[in-house]
Design a binder for this molecule. Structure first.
Ligand code: SF4
Length: 474
């Protein structure tokens, strides 16, 4: 079929065209073509990969866990840290032998890395076996990219995302009880260390009725944990604001919890705190990135809040919800961070008493203001500060977890523990992992566990009772 003579603009047209070709493939080979999706990075990327897998399935591909045997390989990359980009490039390099062995295999690269011109040039020049790239805002054009590549068109490097929202992209969800729902895309904040606004574009929010429709369908299918995603999720603004959206979603009937991430402290009005407190369907967990305990460094990061403002949010939150789990992100070794600045971070960690922190050693990202800042911190100093920070937080996390000793917590069962198949693992609504023994229990069930051991990163306990997935009390 000559592509150039036709004017298809719709994702579903391309899905149908590729499916037609794949039916022919299946008729001649006796099996459907196979697709392999590899994901790096954050929850947003995991959600995007579920769309990649959904589109691949709609196009007639069967998903496989093996790149070696697949006919379509899609690598969904992350650009937040240099390390993640290098790892993705190294793995893309390993797919050269797959292409050499079977030249008909299509290899596509998408995700944040492919929105940067220097990476596109690198893929163009040094990875000639990559057939196409698609920046995140163009993900819905995967069927078109695949169709063009199958039609023998030359390699395409898709950039310049149309910053609009495409609804009804097919999704193949990894879990039958936990779901990601993207409610907004992009970011307007331009924190000085972050590449996201440069690779995912400006903020755009989905219509609340579309989100409501998606969440209601998930709840009706038995999903228990639904996480609303956005780079700055609480700056959601469409036909309503974020608090109003949460209230609307809490009106859906069913036994489920809403989580959201990632929030920005500048967008936490009192109305959001009271909305969380008043609606039990919103999980008692707030992930609120602090990044630094020094106002001077927060200003250099362009974070647009002070430590005082941050602590006032925590106070209000805990006044209404004393047991809420609060987690945060901290960057260690931002350019110009002095010993005094770092002591400020340790001080706020002691005062805030987070349940857990996700700490990162600052890494330069190309084209960000922080990359060009003077006084980059030597690696040895960054590592030493990182060690001190994590040691302090580990002792706080353990103390906080010990407060749960002898208490019974409700967990959503995830299945056998990854490290020990003799025990099951589940998570509290605050995201704490709990290990326990049970004869047999389905992932997606709720279980009540009496805690008898508490460590910094995990809780252990005894099963008291379980609620089978979708079957009511047992
Ligand atoms: S809020 Fe800041 S750190 Fe978060 S995605 Fe936007 S620019 Fe990056």
């Amino acid at each position: 079929m000559a592509f150039n003579n036709q004017h298809f603009t719709d994702m579903s047209d391309y899905i149908n065209l590729v499916r037609e070709r794949n039916r022919e493939y299946e008729a001649s080979c006796g099996r459907p073509p196979l697709a392999y999706v590899l994901t790096f990075g954050c929850q947003q990327n995991e959600a995007d990969s579920e769309r990649i897998a959904g589109m691949a399935q709609s196009m007639g591909y069967k998903l496989t866990g093996s790149a070696e045997e697949s006919d379509l390989i899609v690598i969904n990359t992350c650009a937040v840290r240099d390390h993640a980009e290098k790892k993705a490039l190294s793995i893309i390099g390993q797919f050269k032998h797959v292409k050499n062995a079977r030249p008909g295999v299509l290899i596509g690269v998408c995700g944040c890395m492919t929105a940067q011109q220097h990476r596109i040039d690198e893929l163009k020049n040094s990875y000639p076996y990559v057939d196409f790239t698609l920046e995140p805002a163009l993900l819905h054009r995967l069927p078109e990219a695949v169709f063009r590549a199958l039609s023998g068109e030359k390699r395409t490097f898709w950039v310049g995302g149309e910053e609009k929202i495409i609804e009804d992209v097919p999704v193949r969800r990894e879990s039958s009880y936990k779901a990601w729902v993207s409610i907004m895309y992009g970011c307007n904040n331009f924190c000085s260390y972050c590449i996201v606004p440069h690779v995912r574009g400006r903020e755009r929010s989905r219509d609340s009725s579309q989100i409501y429709r998606e969440v209601r369908a998930l709840v009706e299918s038995g999903y228990k944990d639904i996480t609303l995603l956005g780079q700055n999720v609480n700056s959601y603004k469409s036909d309503c604001d974020f608090s109003a959206l949460l209230k609307k979603l809490c009106s859906i009937d069913g036994d489920f919890k809403l989580h959201f991430m990632t929030s920005h402290p500048k967008d936490v009005p009192d109305s959001l705190i009271s909305t969380i407190a008043e609606n039990e369907k919103i999980a008692r967990h707030f992930h609120l990135p602090l990044q630094s305990g020094s106002d001077r460094i927060l200003a250099a990061m362009n974070r647009r809040y002070t430590t005082r403002h941050y602590m006032s949010i925590l106070e209000k939150l805990r006044a209404l919800l004393p047991d809420i789990v609060v987690t945060t992100d901290i960057i260690v070794g931002f350019p110009g961070e002095t010993d005094e600045d770092f002591e400020g971070t340790l001080d706020i960690i002691r005062r805030a008493r987070f349940d857990m922190i996700f700490s990162f050693i600052y890494s330069k990202r190309k084209s960000t203001p922080a990359e060009r800042m003077e006084n980059q911190i030597p690696p040895a100093v960054k590592s030493e500060r990182y060690e001190r920070l994590t040691a302090l937080q580990n002792s706080i996390s353990k103390e906080k977890n010990r407060q749960l000793l002898d208490k019974t917590v409700k967990v959503l069962v995830e299945g056998e523990s990854k490290n020990n198949p003799d025990v099951y693992a589940g998570r509290t609504e605050g995201g704490k992992i709990v290990h326990f023994k049970a004869e047999s229990i389905l992932p997606g069930s709720y279980a009540y566990i009496k805690i008898n051991r508490a460590e910094a990163f995990a809780l252990y306990g005894e099963l008291q009772n379980k609620i089978l997935y979708n079957l009511g009390e047992n």
